[in-house]
Design a protein around this ligand. Structure first.
Ligand SMILES: [Zn+2]
Ligand SMILES: [Zn+2]
Length: 807
């Protein structure tokens, strides 16, 4: 007997390939539900490239199916491409729609970043009648951990740190039911079968939880924090240290014990309402805070409603986030004020991820520790975002963002596989393959040996997860960076070519990539301002105007090269830069004659000037640096901001920005902005920013006792003016007829919101197309991406692979 299925005459069939972040995010059940609703037949399966769908049905329904799929994918999915092809009806044998398994082709699809709990899961953990009431590891296909628990590929439970927790019957039922939000959610668990949380005292004495709460461990943490205790908490990507942000005793103790002086501490709050009590939260900022990445968002604080002074000394902002895991939700539920939540480590080191190590190393900081038995496969920090010029910009790309692949622009499809090692500070590294880049999460400053070890571990973890084998390696030009040394050693070992990439060129290229500029673009003008980077002439650069494309660059302008007195000591002691500038501009005799009444003169007089002058005159340990960051230090120190020393790089500049008087900034006569001029360097003829006029005006203001906030505003305005003048000048072609229309702004100095918005506003008003960073940090956290792009462009050029067809 033959079964005959009647089909209407206008049935069609398609094969649909979806690529991007589409595995482990509930994509197949979404397809399944949609197909059933629209009365389609066929099947959906995972394959090496993503998700493959074979589908047949009425033409109108198919059209709607594809539309829905494209416009309403599951929350965590990121579709890169949907490729649809018509096939004959007989290629779809199914009578109904089914979910098929995964084929075993090599995995090319990306790994989804960790996501904060979705609204449904939050509702469940606070619902006394739900099975997961107060369960700290509640998650579903729309939320929960990913990168931090993933040990291998493919992304299945056995290759996560939940492998030792077999699902109970109830969880298994959810896992197997395509109608359920937890269908194939790899990390699901519950009170019966999943990981557990408990509290320990770090002095080894027993904890009596019931003396702090009637509820459970998570709730007890809330009581401990309210009593002023410092508590270590095992978070998603590592241990964190928490205390009540309104208690100065607790916050200052935490700072002292952690040896973290000065640098602002991050805050976490139960909800937006709590944050709004202390900060101004705009619409975009509210969206960011509530997004599934749940980053730290830098917010303007209310001047009159402050938390403990030690939270963010000298700043006019707070870095705030909302709960990023169910555990944090449970801890914060009864907390009507924010808590300080900072990584569990000593200053400079990576945070601990292992229970036993954390107990040993954090016992001199915290009194209690909240532990659990779900392992952390990859240490990940919190991400940091700031809205500038109305656009959210990622300053530290980590939890919630990494490792979302970054699509490379046209022309990079055929580039070789590249490993880019990044820089020394705020390090990240980057893999490039098939036109897709994986920029690692934030690693940190490699000068710390534990961070360096973590960096090596993370590179091999990513290499394993993404099955990446580099054909060549890109490193920073700086010969002493540990990342450069490691990259060269790896290249040597594997007989791979190495590309040396200039630091500021890498900044600029990273910006081109994320703005989708094609590989054959004509040179654009880049303004790259940061602390320090190794220059092509073996001096230190840090305030550069470059005319560049991906493959190469010409330096068309710079800041005045001034000696860094004492080398790196000049980064720690801003007055050294003031002294070097004063000596470079006018010499001591003139300075002392004109400004002898100034406390600044008195202050510098007392420094060991004979030795300092000998260093300057004989160029001993005082390398020339054209650094915009050091210029900020010099000016800030002269105004009395962090004159003696800073606790972290850029502190003086950040405090100066925090002081800027808004009224002066927007309403004062332009002529009072500090004047810089543009002159040419003696030997090379290169135009440079000459600060003599600025110094005369600044010192004059000091004599007049001009308030520091007014001076800070005048400095920012003057600096923005001269940057725009340099751009206008540098953008002209030699004959003066054409000009480069596109300007790139990059480098850590542009994290200064006042300067960034002034420069961007002015350049835009003058008709320039201004590009800057959004998803990739403008600081050194972004340069690995630029290194990869430059190495790719150069190797494509070598093999004549660059197509001239880009538009
Ligand atoms: Zn969920
Ligand atoms: Zn269970």
């Amino acid at each position: 007997m033959e079964t005959v299925t009647l089909r209407s005459s206008n049935e069609q069939a398609f094969t649909i390939q979806v690529s991007g972040l589409v595995q482990g995010v509930g994509f197949r059940p979404r397809v399944w539900q949609l197909a059933r609703r629209l009365d389609l037949r066929g099947r959906v399966s995972n394959n090496g490239k993503g998700v493959q769908i074979l589908v047949a049905g009425e033409e109108e329904n198919l059209r709607q199916f594809i539309h829905e799929l494209t416009h309403n994918p599951p929350p965590l999915a990121k579709i890169a491409e949907i490729f649809t092809r018509g096939i004959s009806l007989c290629e779809v044998p199914e009578d109904t729609f089914v979910i098929a398994g995964t084929d075993k082709s090599p995995v090319q699809t990306g790994i989804v970043p960790d996501a904060a709990p979705c609204p449904e899961c939050v509702k469940e953990i606070f619902d006394p009648f739900a099975r997961r009431y107060r369960y700290p590891f509640t998650n579903c296909t729309h939320c929960g951990p990913r990168l931090t628990i993933q040990e291998g590929i493919p992304y299945d439970r056995p290759s996560t740190t939940l492998k030792d927790f077999p699902l109970c019957e109830a969880c298994l039922k959810e896992y197997q039911d395509p109608q359920n939000r937890r269908f194939h959610a790899q990390p699901i668990a519950c009170h019966a079968c999943g990981p557990k949380v408990w509290i320990e005292r770090l002095d080894g004495k027993p904890v009596t939880v019931h003396s702090y709460t009637m509820l459970d461990e998570a709730d007890a943490v809330c009581s401990l924090l309210q009593k002023g205790h410092i508590v270590a908490i095992k978070g998603l990507g590592g241990f964190q240290l928490a205390c009540d942000a309104t208690r100065e005793d607790a916050v200052s103790r935490l700072r002292a014990l952690k040896h973290r002086e000065g640098k602002p501490l991050a805050l976490m709050a139960r909800d937006l309402e709590v944050i709004r009590r202390y900060c101004a939260v705009g619409e975009r900022e509210a969206e960011l805070l509530q997004s599934q990445a749940a980053p730290i968002v830098i917010l303007k604080r209310h001047p009159e409603r402050a938390l403990a002074p030690s939270v963010a000394p000298g700043m006019s902002t707070y870095g705030c986030m909302l709960a990023s895991s169910p555990l944090h939700h449970l801890i914060l539920h009864r907390m009507a004020q924010p808590i300080v939540l900072t990584s569990g480590n000593h200053a400079g080191e990576p945070q601990w991820i292992d229970n036993d190590q954390a107990k040993v190393h954090l016992n001199n900081i915290a009194e209690f520790v909240v532990l659990h038995n779900r392992g952390i496969a990859q240490r990940v920090d919190d991400s940091v975002v700031k809205v500038m010029d109305q656009v959210p910009r990622v300053l530290r790309r980590s939890r919630g963002f990494a490792p979302i692949p970054i699509g490379f622009p046209q022309g990079f499809e055929h580039s070789p596989a590249i490993l880019a090692m990044g820089g020394e500070l705020k390090n990240t590294f980057c893999f490039l393959k098939d036109g897709q880049a994986l920029l690692s999460h934030h690693i940190g400053d490699l000068e710390d040996s534990l961070t360096y070890a973590d960096y090596q571990r993370a590179i091999s973890h990513y290499q394993h997860l993404f099955e990446h084998k580099p054909d060549c390696i890109a490193v920073d030009l700086h010969p002493e960076y540990l990342s450069s040394k490691l990259g060269r050693a790896q290249a040597n070992f594997g007989h791979l070519p190495v590309f040396d990439i200039q630091h500021h060129h890498a900044h600029l290229a990273a910006c081109l990539v994320e703005n989708g500029i094609c590989v054959t673009t004509a040179p654009v003008l880049g303004v790259v301002l940061d602390g320090l980077g190794y220059g092509e002439d073996d001096t230190m650069w840090g305030g550069e105007f470059l005319l560049a494309d991906y493959a190469g660059f010409t330096r068309v302008g710079t800041f005045k090269p001034v000696p860094m007195l004492g080398g790196t000591q000049a980064i720690k002691e801003p007055w050294r830069n003031t002294y070097a500038h004063v000596m470079a501009e006018m010499g001591w005799a003139e300075f002392a004659m004109n400004y002898s009444d100034l406390p600044l003169c008195n202050f510098l007089e007392k420094k060991p000037r004979v030795m300092l002058d000998r260093m300057l005159n004989h160029r001993i340990n005082s390398p020339l640096a054209s650094s915009c960051g050091r210029l900020f230090d010099a000016a800030a120190a002269a105004m009395g901001i962090c004159t003696e020393h800073v606790f972290y790089e850029g502190q003086a500049a950040m405090e100066m920005e925090a002081l800027v008087d808004e009224d002066t900034l927007h309403h004062e006569d332009e002529s009072l902005a500090y004047p810089f001029s543009i002159l040419r360097l003696k030997h090379s003829g290169l135009p440079y920013v000459e600060p003599l006029g600025m110094w005369q005006a600044l010192l004059g203001d000091l004599i007049l006792h001009t308030p520091v906030p007014v001076m800070a505003a005048r400095f920012h305005k003057g600096l923005a003016n001269v940057i725009c003048q340099m751009v206008t000048q540098g953008s002209q072609s030699p004959d003066g007829h054409d000009r480069h229309q596109t300007v790139v702004l990059s480098g850590g100095v542009f994290q200064n919101q006042v300067l960034f918005e002034l420069v961007k506003g002015k350049l835009t008003a003058e008709g320039f197309n201004v590009l800057s960073h959004k998803q990739v940090p403008m600081n050194d956290g972004g340069i690995a991406l630029g290194q990869a792009a430059i190495a790719a462009a150069r190797s494509l050029q070598e093999t004549n692979e660059v197509r001239s067809t880009c538009v």
